[in-house]
Design a protein around this ligand. Structure first.
Ligand SMILES: Nc1ncnc2c1ncn2[C@@H]1O[C@H](COP(=O)(O)OP(=O)(O)OP(=O)(O)O)[C@@H](O)[C@H]1O
Ligand SMILES: *[C@@H]1O[C@H](CO)[C@@H](O)[C@H](O)[C@H]1NC(C)=O
Ligand SMILES: *[C@@H]1O[C@H](CO)[C@@H](O)[C@H](O)[C@H]1NC(C)=O
Ligand SMILES: *[C@@H]1O[C@H](CO)[C@@H](O)[C@H](O)[C@H]1NC(C)=O
Ligand SMILES: *[C@@H]1O[C@H](CO)[C@@H](O)[C@H](O)[C@H]1NC(C)=O
Ligand SMILES: *[C@@H]1O[C@H](CO)[C@@H](O)[C@H](O)[C@H]1NC(C)=O
Ligand SMILES: *[C@@H]1O[C@H](CO)[C@@H](O)[C@H](O)[C@H]1NC(C)=O
Length: 898
């Protein structure tokens, strides 16, 4: 680019002009001015080629006829500007605003005198790069409202050579790209108005030390993002328009912004608690906070300023005042994580136990917080220490820094703490033995942080170690060695490994866990003749090596239960995913051949329902059969109902029992409706009902005892089931219908009501068989309250609900199977009770809850697979369970579908 306009050769027209005027001064400016005149239409009033340009209206010159000012604002001009405007090297002020000028904005580069350029409200089309380069005197630039400009970036027009800039106005002028971190180049910049553009990225840090007073960045197309933290350092700020963007994180502490009077933050994604100081800033007048995701207490408004906050947001209450302490604790937890948006969405309202995601509660107290793999940064808040009922805290696989707060070690009920795969550092607090602590994948953890800089003392310099430190190290080594020995002795794990590896047979296939979709191709011959198609969806077959690995070689420490069929181990893979592995001798499967076993399991793994424990796959190892299930962290219903004394469980409320009952009924209904003849559970009981962290239930162990075609049941069926839950006709004849499950379900309802086991040898004979005793009381219409579990809190509503369920339990256990309702009816009878109790459970139902490990296979595909398998003889019509139950007039009759 030509640096010096005065050196250009005048045009032919310029010569003519010169001749006509017969003047020799300021030859260069006259050429440019006449080009300017030529390009404009109509010619501005008072501009004529026959008079000296210094006399044109709006133009002023210095004593040497150098143009210093051009003011053509609001002259209804159209046309274009000459490309060599920058040859007016004495120009101080140019105003062309409010016209209809079009075409490119010419370069102003190196106009060392220019102080003010205003091009607002025109129709310019281009703003070439370098246009504002080297404007060393520039104080005010404004190009607002040029909506037809080709998208441009602030960086490319190059303003950094203008240290005197005071105001930069370019609203609605099609700026794209980010706001450069250039504010330290403009020590005098006070007014930045860049509204209605497409600026993206975050607020640059150099805004912090700037003298910017007016900051208009509202209504960016896609929106600026990142946090508002830098505002806290903008001590001169008085007006901040930041609405309609994508700013995230909390509103920072603005107490240093003493002049701030107008803060527009509405329509962003702001989270967290509004700082108390905001509303008492000395000059504050206008604040808008609406349409964000702000949490915690509503800001008080002591000065009665103009405040809007109403829309959306996640405040705990609709009027100012403190939130529930548990809510505040949880918000502090969120705060240490930078108030991530995904927590703000559901962590709203004044009850942390009401629909908050990642949180589960028992009786209004938070018992588990599961935030694994949520891309969280930040630190672990010591506020977790206030959640005294907390049992499970999973923070693994994030990017957390800082140390593990000591106070976590004093949580009385903590059972599992998983902080693996983060960036934690510092010493690990000493947890009690019962806490399962997973902390691998934190390279800096356990090393001492050096006091001053927070850095890590990585290298060991023996000579600098004090005697005390050496003693500590020696003790630590001794302790670790003894712990190691203890583990080895207790588990015999390494011994078992050697012994077992000899028994690995060739029928093993390596399939990685479902988090690693890579699997080696399955060998058809190895699988046998069974239908290959069943193996193409999910990891049906697990290798024994994998199962050994995830269960620490079937270490006794990992046993979570023993049942009639075998031992159940918990397994955790490298990703922290949990599975339950049931290990059985093949005799438990009534001596079925491997092929048959595989085919059967293949089908069962395809059966997926929210209230059925998913069978993920199996493994055959010599005589052993292993089944792999999704892991259910909440344990069995029977633990929760009957083992309260031993466990620290608080008794489960009636509402929770009802919810569990409906869950179970739905799961069983699904089994029955899938294929009437083939999926009868036969062994429904509380120990086969497993609970999730959220106390929602799933039915386990279905499908293992296969039904034979009608009529032949006596040949193949050994009596499966458990005394106390057996329907009388089944016990007597072995005849299997869906109604035997209904009977067992009725018994479970009775157990939920009474808190007593189906068979209880510890009480009088008259009471020991629950069904007999309970039905007698029902029929005699005795006072129901005397059979109700004493740990239930009774009010009128609860009593009424229990009475209805008791009646239903009676129907389900009718002697004559014909008189028992089917599972669909049961669902319809129970679900209104739950909904009446807690309307939000309906929402929960809609929200399909499938564990990480499961595949959600549509029902029709399941059925199609069944048909291909040829195992099912008939299909029940799958009816939606949402049909509502209309109570019949006769209260004693069996409920029927509407
Ligand atoms: N998927 C699972 N997740 C968590 N725990 C489980 C899981 N499956 C089973 N368990 C635990 O293992 C125990 C034993 O289960 P299993 O199904 O073998 O026996 P059961 O149901 O108690 O009796 P039965 O063998 O007569 O059905 C259960 O009581 C439960 O505590
Ligand atoms: C602006 O320019 C475009 C063409 O570039 C034209 O279509 C439009 O009418 C102009 N608008 C005004 C207000 O002059
Ligand atoms: C900002 O916008 C530009 C172009 O419009 C795009 O290339 C860039 O990726 C965007 N940056 C961010 C952080 O969204
Ligand atoms: C506050 O907002 C109202 C409405 O938007 C506006 O009229 C008023 O001028 C604002 N006051 C200040 C001090 O900005
Ligand atoms: C935690 O509990 C202590 C003592 O009860 C209380 O002072 C503190 O404010 C609580 N913190 C939170 C975040 O609730
Ligand atoms: C819930 O927490 C409160 C306060 O910590 C405690 O008093 C109460 O016993 C807890 N309830 C349960 C069921 O743990
Ligand atoms: C984790 O955080 C550090 C800084 O805190 C950052 O540099 C790094 O990129 C982050 N890693 C991921 C995967 O987010």
């Amino acid at each position: 680019m030509d640096n010096d306009g005065r050196g250009t050769i005048p045009s032919f027209f310029g010569h003519l002009f010169l001749l006509l005027l017969a003047t020799t001064t300021a030859a260069d400016d006259s050429a440019t001015m006449s080009k300017l005149l030529q390009g404009l239409s109509p010619a501005p009033q008072g501009w004529s080629s026959s008079t000296s340009y210094c006399k044109w209206s709006g133009v002023s010159c210095d004593s040497s006829s150098h143009v210093t000012t051009i003011n053509l604002a609001s002259m209804s001009l159209s046309g274009t500007l000459p490309s060599d405007l920058s040859s007016l090297s004495y120009l101080k002020s140019l105003s062309l605003s409010t016209n209809s000028l079009s075409g490119p904005i010419p370069s102003f580069a190196n106009l060392a005198s220019i102080e003010e350029i205003s091009l607002d409200h025109n129709n310019f089309t281009d703003l070439p790069s370098g246009t504002f380069r080297g404007l060393t005197s520039l104080q005010a630039l404004s190009i607002n409202y040029n909506p037809n400009l080709k998208p441009w970036t602030i960086t490319e027009v190059d303003l950094v050579g203008s240290p005197s800039l005071v105001s930069l106005y370019a609203s609605n002028s099609n700026i794209i790209g980010s706001l450069p971190d250039f504010f330290s180049s403009f020590p005098s910049l006070q007014h930045v108005r860049l509204s209605y553009n497409n600026i993206n990225g975050s607020l640059p840090p150099s805004l912090g030390g700037s003298s910017v007073q007016t900051l208009w960045l509202n209504n960016q197309g896609q929106g600026l993002s990142g946090t508002l933290d830098v505002l806290s350092k903008m001590t001169q700020l008085n007006q901040a328009w930041l609405h309609k963007n994508q700013f995230t994180g909390p509103i920072p502490d603005l107490s240093k912004c003493k002049s701030l009077f107008d803060l527009e933050l509405r329509d962003n994604l702001l989270t967290g608690i509004v700082p108390m100081s905001l509303m008492s800033l000395p000059n504050i007048q206008n604040v808008s906070l609406d349409k964000n995701k702000l949490q915690g207490p509503l800001p008080e408004n002591p000065k009665n300023i103009k405040l809007t906050y109403g829309d959306v947001n996640s405040f705990c209450r609709s009027s100012p005042g403190p939130c529930d302490p548990q809510v505040m604790t949880m918000l502090e937890v969120a705060g240490a994580l930078g108030y991530p948006i995904m927590l703000a969405d559901s962590w709203s309202g004044n009850d942390a136990c009401k629909g908050w995601s990642f949180v589960t509660c028992l009786d209004k107290n938070v018992t588990s917080v599961v935030l694994s793999k949520q891309h969280l940064a930040g630190s672990i808040s010591p506020a977790f220490g206030n959640l005294t009922s907390l049992r499970t805290l999973l923070l693994n696989d994030n990017n957390l820094t800082g140390s593990i707060p000591d106070i976590l070690a004093s949580l009385p009920n903590l059972e599992t703490l998983d902080v693996s795969n983060n960036n934690l550092s510092g010493l690990v607090p000493t947890f009690s033995e019962k806490v399962k602590l997973i902390k691998s994948g934190n390279p800096l953890l356990g090393k001492k942080i050096s006091g001053r800089d927070g850095g890590v003392a990585g290298s060991f310099n023996a000579s600098s170690l004090s005697g005390g430190a050496i003693a500590v190290i020696v003790i630590a080594i001794l302790i670790s060695v003894s712990v190691l020995l203890f583990i080895i002795f207790w588990c015999f794990c390494s011994k078992e490994r050697k012994w077992e590896s000899k028994r690995i047979t060739s029928s093993m296939y390596r399939i990685k866990s479902s988090n690693h979709p890579t699997k080696e191709p399955l060998n058809h011959n190895d699988i046998g003749k069974s239908n290959i198609r069943n193996f193409d969806n999910g990891n049906v077959m697990f290798s024994i090596q994998f199962l050994r690995q995830v269960t620490d070689n079937f270490c006794p420490r990992n046993i979570i239960g023993k049942g009639g069929f075998g031992t159940v181990y918990k397994g955790v893979n490298e990703d922290g995913q949990e599975i339950a592995v049931k290990r059985m001798e093949s005799t438990a499967m009534s001596g079925k051949g491997v092929d048959e076993f595989q085919a059967e399991i293949a089908v069962l793994t395809q059966v997926r329902h929210r209230h059925l424990v998913t069978l993920l796959g199996f493994c055959v190892n010599g005589n052993e059969r292993l089944l792999v299930y999704e892991y259910m962290p909440g344990g069995t219903l029977s633990h929760h109902l009957f083992d309260q004394q031993q466990r620290r469980n608080s008794p489960i409320s009636w509402r929770q029992r009802l919810t569990i009952a409906v869950d179970v009924a739905r799961g069983v209904e699904y089994l029955h409706s899938l294929a009437k003849q083939s999926f009868i559970h036969r062994d429904l009981k509380p120990s086969n009902i497993l609970l999730g962290d959220d106390m929602r239930a799933k039915v386990a162990d279905f499908g293992l005892v296969r039904n034979a075609p009608d009529g032949k049941y006596s040949v193949e069926t050994r009596l499966a089931g458990t005394f106390g839950y057996l329907a009388p006709e089944y016990a007597a004849t072995g005849k299997v219908t869906t109604k035997i499950d209904v009977f067992s379900f009725g018994v479970i309802l009775m157990e939920m009501i009474t808190g007593r086991k189906a068979l209880d040898d510890t009480v009088s004979d008259e009471m020991s068989h629950l069904v007999t005793w309970f039905r007698r009381i029902l029929i005699a219409k005795e006072e129901l309250s005397k059979v109700i579990d004493r740990s239930l809190d009774l009010d009128e509503e609860t009593l009424e609900s229990i009475a209805k369920v008791a009646k239903l339990a009676g129907h389900c256990t009718a002697r004559d199977p014909q008189q028992r309702p089917d599972m669909g009816h049961v669902v319809n009878a129970l679900s209104p009770l739950v909904e009446q109790w807690s309307p939000e459970t309906r929402e929960l139902e809609d929200d399909v809850w499938i564990s990480d490990l499961s595949l959600n296979l549509p029902l029709n595909q399941v059925v199609a697979r069944w048909q291909n398998e040829g195992t099912a003889t008939m299909f029940g019509n799958y009816t939606s369970t949402t049909t509502s139950y209309v109570p019949s007039q006769d209260d004693s009759s069996v409920p029927s579908r509407a």
